[in-house]
Write a protein that binds this ligand. Structure first.
Ligand code: ARG
Length: 572
């Protein structure tokens, strides 16, 4: 019994009721089947009677009664009831048993599907900027982007992750001028924050030396023309930055398939510009080359008045390249909400140029990360380097979560590793547990905790399952369900809907649905664990069943956490 089958059966029941005169004739309204969060409303429920009641003159209860009586006749449904106007369906024991067997068979693949077979998706995420620190916004993009990538892969899509590094643009002209004027060190010994300081100095100096701007323009032009000195300085800045970024990626355990930064498109922009001219889409305006877009006030700029290319031009060349190279069905951009207009313009232009061929563009516009009381800024007074924030999370994991438990069997170096898994997992979970487009608060006290909806709580539950399993050598994995208590049933019915939860998360670009699912599963398991004996039950069959339940819970927690890019520590 899955949602689609139920949908068909409910529709059929309405038609039968109409044919037999139990309901009058009307156009059948949209039918939905929902998972029932409250167990007293079955496992799935159909609220169809409420929509029908709006059309005909009958109470939802009597409509639900009529339809339920018809549904009771179908062999496919084992248990259905009418309650408070809802039609409630229950999974049969056999279905629940099959579900557990399925987990045993599919293991790490449980919940995955081949829905996306033959589909190709490119996801553009992370994308920090050279010579600037890896920002907190890029952290969000990296974490959410990676989760979306994992989800699509789990769903059978071929995925290509691309890190569109900000390594080109007029800012490099400014940076080169600043380095040449004020830097005293060998360039390769500069850190990102020193590069940033030089960039900031450039801006403050232009207040009384506006001619610096002209100089910077010249240097970017030189860079775009392949000048040796300009290229050399640029390359050193790129290398310095990548080295620092790699430290962050390593800490996060993230590896992105490709890193075709903006500079990769340097030689691919001319043909885009030619194309736009040829198709008579581009217009000269105040010496710049622009494209006017209907319904959007500011035009897209292909070339600035000094002939320099723009971020927008590079994004167009990127689309063209990705389409030619990978022929994707979907291109996802995991980039902050402040770039909404930018992507609207780029998407529209790509369509005008004919690059949007059998492909959907999706901008996941992530919200801000804020401190409890203010905006998170990496520029102003409250500058905290991202790496420091992550290291602080790790330190807290050690102090708050590992220390109080003081497990003597864990060695010092193991503890360090566990602290890292827990600290980083906690930061990731915090970021993923809300819908990407919502703002999130960055409050380490609430992130690194075992209380409530947190990463460590879920990890801890999985570790708890493992330690139960570690106490037995083996158990009979052939699950036999005879009489489930309500705590056991609550766990299995959740495990049963993990595949559809993953599917929903893919379709709506919402890793947060996985978080809510895992939190609920962890809670249900812990309730069961507190209330029932697992290992010391007299009845071997009951013991084996509960072990099987523990095994499958751990497996599903693992699969879900894996989608979020969070690992399960060996011990906690
Ligand atoms: N580097 C850019 C920034 O930090 C983000 C790039 C996003 N991707 C893109 N294709 N424009 O603002």
């Amino acid at each position: 019994m899955n949602k689609d089958e139920l949908l068909g059966l409910v529709k059929k029941a309405v038609l039968i009721a109409q044919k037999e005169g139990k309901l009058p004739c009307f156009d059948i309204p949209e039918i939905s089947i929902n998972y029932s969060e409250k167990e007293e409303y079955g496992d799935y429920n159909a609220p169809i009677a409420f929509s029908i009641a709006k059309i005909i003159n009958q109470s939802p209860k009597s409509i639900a009664d009529t339809l339920t009586n018809i549904l009771k006749q179908s062999k496919e449904i084992e248990l259905v009831e009418s309650k408070d106007g809802f039609i409630n369906f229950y999974f049969s024991d056999k279905e629940l048993q099959n579900c557990l067997n399925d987990v045993f068979i599919k293991k790490d693949k449980y919940g995955s599907s081949d829905d996306g077979k033959n589909n190709i998706m490119v996801i553009d995420y992370s994308a920090p900027n050279i010579a600037k620190p890896f920002g907190i916004g890029h952290l969000r993009s990296t974490i959410i982007g990676q989760a979306i990538y994992n989800l699509y892969k789990f769903s059978g899509w071929k995925c290509i992750g691309d890190n569109h590094l900000g390594d080109w643009g007029t800012q490099f002209g400014k940076l080169i001028v600043a380095i040449k004027k004020w830097n005293k060190k060998p360039i390769k010994d500069l850190s990102i924050s020193e590069l940033q300081d030089l960039y900031i100095k450039f801006h403050s100096e232009t207040e009384h030396q506006p001619e610096l701007l002209e100089e910077a323009r010249k240097w970017f032009k030189k860079l775009e023309q392949g000048d040796k000195e300009a290229k050399n300085i640029w390359k050193i800045c790129v290398d310095i930055s990548l080295k620092e970024f790699d430290r962050v990626y390593k800490l996060l355990g993230v590896k992105i398939d490709k890193a075709l930064g903006e500079s990769f498109y340097e030689d691919k922009m001319a043909s885009i510009i030619e194309d736009a001219k040829e198709k008579s889409i581009a217009k000269k305006s105040q010496n710049a080359l622009v494209i006017f877009l209907s319904g959007i006030e500011t035009p897209l700029m292909l070339l600035k008045s000094d002939g320099a290319t723009t971020y927008e031009t590079r994004d167009l060349a990127t689309i063209k390249y990705r389409m030619d190279k990978w022929k994707p069905n979907l291109i996802i951009y995991e980039v902050g909400a402040d770039q909404k207009l930018h992507f609207e313009k780029v998407f529209k232009t790509a369509e005008m140029l004919g690059y949007k061929d059998n492909v959907e563009f999706k901008h996941i516009a992530h919200g801000l990360i804020r401190w409890e009381d203010r905006k998170f800024s990496t520029r102003k007074g409250d500058t905290i380097a991202l790496e420091d924030v992550l290291n602080e999370a790790i330190k807290r994991a050690e102090e708050i979560i590992l220390k109080p438990r003081d497990n003597k069997e864990i060695s010092f170096s193991q503890k360090k590793n566990i602290a890292k898994e827990v600290g980083i997992g906690a930061v990731k979970y915090n970021d993923l547990s809300r819908h990407p487009e919502k703002d999130i608060v960055f409050d380490l006290d609430r992130i690194v905790t075992l209380e409530g909806n947190s990463g460590p709580y879920i990890q801890y539950t999985a570790v708890r399952c493992q330690s139960v399993l570690d106490k037995v050598k083996k158990f009979d994995k052939k699950v036999k369900i005879t009489s489930l208590n309500s705590e056991e049933r609550a766990i299995i019915r959740l495990i049963k809907i993990f595949p559809e939860t993953a599917e929903g998360a893919v379709k709506s670009f919402s890793p947060n649905l996985i978080c809510s699912f895992l939190f609920e599963l962890a809670q249900k398991y812990n309730i069961f664990y507190e209330k029932h004996i697992i290992l010391n039950t007299e009845d071997k069959e009951v013991r084996d069943f509960r072990l099987a339940l523990t095994f499958t819970t751990r497996q599903v927690l693992k699969n879900g956490l894996g989608l979020l890019g969070i690992s399960i520590p060996k011990q906690m």
